[in-house]
Unconditional design. Structure first.
Lengths: 354, 181
């Protein structure tokens, strides 16, 4: 397949169009602006609709509407904008509607910076909005993977009638890498017989009602139990991760996205020095690869979590490790990207203590 | 084979384009490549830089700290990134704009008067192409044909009229580097 150089943001947008996304509602924010820009050009070409809303709140509620009508729909933003969308995301989950939400993460809190960050991990994996809910969260590490996961996100969203988030740091959005755009094939998915597409008394079916209000507590509890079964199924079926040189590893690094790639280069350098380092890269941040981390921690002497944050995923790693071995953390934040040398030094420091 | 590169200069000097063309050429030659721009609140006249990795194997870090080659188009960039050249690596600098000399003595230095050479090639704005040529003269990583393929792809048919001057600029840049090897 022919490779083309694409910017992460543009590749995500094109992958979405190829996967049948026909509606995009958004509001500009760096470093994800190439996604709406690309969509504004591309969607009219395929009889879709692009709309720049007056705010993020408006955009996510347009997503809610299009999803309720059964369309493949996406929105994208960056950290502060995703915060604004949380209410809508919670409603979409409550109403059991599928959509894809892209967060190209920048430094926070507040308006923060426009530089790459991974400090929205808690928000993405713990719901972000109110209520008991979960979303499948994909964290690509390359532009090619961003393409593949974007397409998968639409399928998984439709399969479970639940939003899916693509969480990339600013580097993933801004960098260019060769991409082979896969020929998208839609898997067999449930019919969208729940979609509100217009009803008349002779249609022979019940009215489709899009709703997240269950005023009766017992009814809402049943709704939550039903949602939980869905999350259990997602956890069971949709886990993705990648490991590198884990078999003999004394030191196991856990990192995702761009940070995992930087850690990989540090790992290679340490291996050249005879240090037995392995790497676990969660591709889904929720569900989280707890089992493989637990297994690695039973033979590793040290775990090292590296993030572009003050330490968020490290909590999930500690929960998985259950005290089997020490868990160290190294993070840069505010838009600073850890370098290979920094991570290498962390590895060598741990090696000295073994 | 793996190349770790930093290309830096003023916004508007075409430094991001040099990086994209090197990455694109690497892709055309079947390599793995990555191109990572600085994307701060830069503007014309501000500073701009990008990191490029060209490799036979899967690329780990797209961020470059230890560069095999740094291309510096202006003085602040040279001062900022000279320290990032690995010992024995190369600094290619734009001697049309940079009157000082690099201070390191453990690296190879190639001075390219890219402005004068670009003028000679027929288009003052092709100074970045001269630097692209200098890289190629130094490394022999790419053929001129591959670079021109990459450039045509990037610029599109409307810029075809600039291609002869661009090619000339690349060729003169190659000569300039080769004379200093």
């Amino acid at each position: 397949m022919q490779r083309q150089m694409m910017k992460g943001n543009e590749a995500i947008a094109e992958a979405a169009v190829q996967a049948g996304c026909r509606y995009f509602f958004g509001y500009p924010i760096t470093p994800q602006n190439e996604i709406p820009e690309y969509m504004s050009l591309r969607l009219p070409q395929v009889d879709g609709a692009f709309l720049q809303a007056e705010s993020e709140v408006s955009a996510i509620n347009m997503v809610y509407g299009a999803a309720g009508a059964g369309a493949r729909v996406m929105t994208s933003s960056s950290s502060p904008g995703i915060s604004l969308k949380q209410e809508g995301i919670s409603y979409i989950v409550g109403a059991e509607l599928p959509c894809v939400i892209v967060n190209i993460v920048r430094g926070g809190p507040g308006l923060g910076s426009i530089q790459p960050s991974q400090s929205d991990y808690y928000q993405a994996t713990r719901g972000g909005g109110h209520g008991d809910y979960r979303m499948c969260v994909y964290a690509p590490a390359t532009v090619q993977e961003a393409v593949e996961l974007t397409q998968k996100a639409f399928d998984v969203a439709d399969k479970y009638r639940n939003p899916v988030m693509l969480l990339g740091d600013g580097v993933i959005g801004q960098m260019m890498e060769p991409v082979s755009m896969p020929e998208y094939k839609m898997p067999v998915l449930p019919q969208k017989d729940w979609a509100a597409t217009g009803w008349n008394p002779n249609s022979g079916r019940a009215r489709a009602v899009i709703n997240s209000l269950y005023i009766d507590s017992a009814e809402l509890e049943q709704h939550n139990i039903k949602l939980q079964k869905k999350y259990d199924a997602i956890a069971e079926n949709e886990l993705l991760y990648k490991t590198e040189q884990l078999d003999d590893a004394d030191i196991v690094i856990v990192a995702y996205g761009t940070t995992a790639r930087i850690a990989l280069t540090a790992l290679r350098r340490a291996r050249e020095q005879g240090v037995k380092v392995g790497l676990i890269r969660p591709i889904t941040l929720w569900p989280f690869p707890s089992e493989v981390i637990a297994k690695a921690s039973s033979s590793a002497k040290q775990m090292l979590v590296v993030e572009m944050s003050m330490g968020q995923m490290v909590d999930d790693v500690k929960l998985a490790v259950q005290g089997n071995c020490p868990v160290q953390f190294y993070g840069r934040t505010g838009g600073m990207i850890p370098g290979v040398n920094e991570i290498y030094e962390q590895i060598m420091h741990l090696k000295e203590g073994l | 084979m793996e190349r770790q590169l930093i290309i830096a200069g003023f916004g508007g000097q075409g430094v991001l384009l040099i990086g994209q063309l090197l990455a694109y050429s690497g892709m055309l030659d079947g390599k793995n490549v990555s191109w990572m721009p600085s994307y701060g609140p830069e503007m014309r006249g501000g500073s701009a830089n990008c990191a490029v990795v060209i490799s036979d194997r899967e690329i780990g870090s797209p961020k470059v700290e230890d560069a095999d080659i740094v291309i510096a188009m202006n003085r602040p960039s040279m001062e900022l990134f000279e320290k990032n050249v690995v010992p024995g690596g190369t600094l290619i600098y734009n001697s049309s704009l940079i009157d000082g000399k690099p201070t390191r003595d453990d690296i190879r230095v190639i001075a390219v008067p890219s402005g004068e050479i670009a003028e000679q090639a027929g288009n003052l704005r092709s100074a970045n192409m001269v630097m692209l040529g200098a890289y190629t003269g130094l490394t022999e990583d790419f053929s001129v044909a591959t670079l021109m393929d990459a450039l045509r792809h990037k610029m599109g048919p409307s810029k075809e009229k600039f291609m002869p001057a661009n090619q000339k600029a690349i060729e003169l840049g190659i000569d300039c580097a080769k004379q200093q090897l």
